[in-house]
Design a protein around this ligand. Structure first.
Ligand SMILES: Cc1cc2nc3c(=O)[nH]c(=O)nc-3n(C[C@H](O)[C@H](O)[C@H](O)COP(=O)(O)OP(=O)(O)OC[C@H]3O[C@@H](n4cnc5c(N)ncnc54)[C@H](O)[C@@H]3O)c2cc1C
Length: 462
């Protein structure tokens, strides 16, 4: 996950002069330049399209959902306050250079979304100052030494050195004390979406110990005012909404060397072109019928790769009882991690999001649960610090990514032995298809990574 080491190797686009035939149903007009079919209107697909648009290369985006943005899912509440909450991607990191550039290009306003972390642990509450004091000073020092040692290992040797075991074991072996280890489990599993006992130590180190990272807040720095999906909308406007076909999932891809590709959707419409950029998560990739079939290495990668289970439960409160706009709280309860999700949106009211992961997310996402159950859990987690807040709850919304029709999870999660190897397998072009998406990125699990891979794939289609 999230290594900055992979730089985008953009190849120069050159018009191949290939001929595009339009199908009976197709949207294409006969032309001279290569025509690219992009599957998915998430950040990878939109970034690819924007890259091609600038190079004056024809493209069409085919999107299964009735909206663009994919796992960037900004939701406007159906309450009179019309809060905008992120049910998918939330934070933009200071190290996310390309994303920040695009925000700048489209003149999007960024909000300071850095948090001051409170703790609820074994029934006790600690404010940010107390929480800092509870951390073991020797371990903080040791961790700095470990990071230095990691930076001293040649980049091409780091993964092999640490990819054979999990992050929890790495910390334990290196003397992390019990309390700090529990905190690592709670906080790092929030980043990765599953328990750190399942997470490759190589993936974790590439994230927490990479010497080049510039964010001091773990890449939890900013978000886009009005919703992160504003960037998706701005790109779509620029490239032309008419070039994005929504509500039509790709079901079949036919491609043979030297021939045009044919892409067929649930509507029965077929689209013809020269190249394909496929940005869908692996769960969706597997559901498409490929003619000829995908190679064994890609199929294995699809079967191996898990996506982390994350549940986002947004709760509107009649009063911001937490006080500080930059409030967040890590808990060892079911609600797992809580943060203020509506900074700057209302003077008195606000929305807290409970962000739970792994098994905890599964329970939250389970349909049998209701608002009352959720409110009780939330109340229990917050009561040591803030008393009974359940009477302040006004409305709540839930989105469970573990059930999502297209990704069956939030973002890819790499177990020991998978980091880089699986990415390589899944990132191998297949006939006329290039693959993209966060799961293939150096900045894996981030909007930045999705954009990087989309642009990289677009650069290869010429
Ligand atoms: C809960 C959660 C929290 C997150 N937090 C952060 C964060 O704080 N910061 C951050 O930077 N990132 C975060 N992310 C990750 C970020 O959202 C993703 O890395 C990024 O949005 C992935 O973009 P993508 O284009 O690769 O994939 P997607 O956004 O999934 O785009 C793929 C698109 O393909 C479409 N599709 C699927 N199958 C088909 C088909 N057969 N035919 C046509 N279309 C199809 C999908 O509908 C989707 O729109 C979070 C994600 C989640 C879910």
């Amino acid at each position: 996950m999230r290594s900055r080491r992979d730089f985008i190797k953009k190849s120069t686009l050159a018009a191949t002069g290939s001929f595009i035939a339009s199908s009976t149903f197709g949207h294409f007009i006969i032309g001279k330049k290569p025509k690219v079919i992009i599957i998915g209107a998430g950040f990878a697909g939109l970034a690819a399209a924007y890259y091609l648009f600038k190079k004056k290369i024809d493209f069409v985006i085919l999107e299964a959902r009735d909206r663009i943005g994919g796992r960037v899912f900004s939701y406007t509440t159906d309450t009179s306050e019309k809060f905008v909450v992120e049910l998918g991607a939330e934070w933009i990191g200071d190290s996310h250079k390309r994303l920040l550039q695009l925000c700048d290009e489209f003149q999007l306003e960024l909000i300071d979304n850095r948090m001051k972390t409170h703790l609820r642990y074994k029934g006790q509450y600690a404010d940010p100052l107390r929480f800092e004091q509870m951390k073991d000073k020797d371990w903080i020092e040791k961790w700095e030494q470990l990071k230095k040692a990691y930076a001293g290992i040649p980049e091409n040797k780091r993964d092999a050195t640490f990819d054979y075991y999990d992050w929890w074991r790495y910390l334990k072996n290196n003397g992390c004390p019990d309390f700090d280890l529990d905190i690592h489990e709670l906080m790092d599993s929030t980043d990765f979406g599953e328990s750190i006992r399942h997470l490759s130590a190589a993936a974790a180190l590439s994230w927490y110990a990479d010497p080049g990272l510039t964010s001091t807040h773990n890449e939890m720095d900013k978000k886009i005012k009005g919703g992160n999906d504003t960037l998706a909308k701005k790109i779509a406007e620029k490239i032309g909404m008419e070039n994005i076909i929504k509500n039509d999932a790709v079901v079949e891809i036919e491609q043979y060397p030297g021939k045009q590709v044919k892409v067929t959707c649930t509507s029965g419409r077929s689209y013809y072109g020269d190249k394909i950029i496929c940005t869908v998560p692996t769960y969706s990739l597997k559901k498409i019928t490929w003619k000829p079939g995908l190679p064994m290495s890609i199929l294995r990668g699809i079967d191996e790769l898990q996506y982390a289970r994350i549940n986002k439960h947004a709760v509107q409160f009649g009063k911001k009882f937490w006080g500080d706009d930059h409030f967040d709280m890590i808990t060892d309860d079911q609600v797992h991690y809580l943060y203020h999700a509506t900074i700057g949106q209302h003077p008195e009211k606000g929305v807290l999001i409970s962000y739970s992961i792994g098994d905890k997310a599964d329970l939250f996402g389970w349909n049998g649960k209701n608002d009352k159950w959720n409110t009780t859990l939330l109340g229990e987690a917050l009561s040591p610090g803030f008393g009974d807040i359940t009477n302040l709850v006004e409305k709540q919304w839930n989105y469970y990514w573990g059930n999502d029709n297209y990704s069956l999870g939030s973002y890819a999660f790499f177990k020991p032995g998978q980091w880089k190897r699986v990415q390589k397998e899944l990132n191998t072009p297949f006939i006329n298809t290039h693959f993209a998406g966060e799961h293939l990125a150096g900045w894996q699990g981030f909007m930045e990574g999705a954009i990087n891979t989309g642009e990289e794939a677009a650069g290869k289609t010429g």
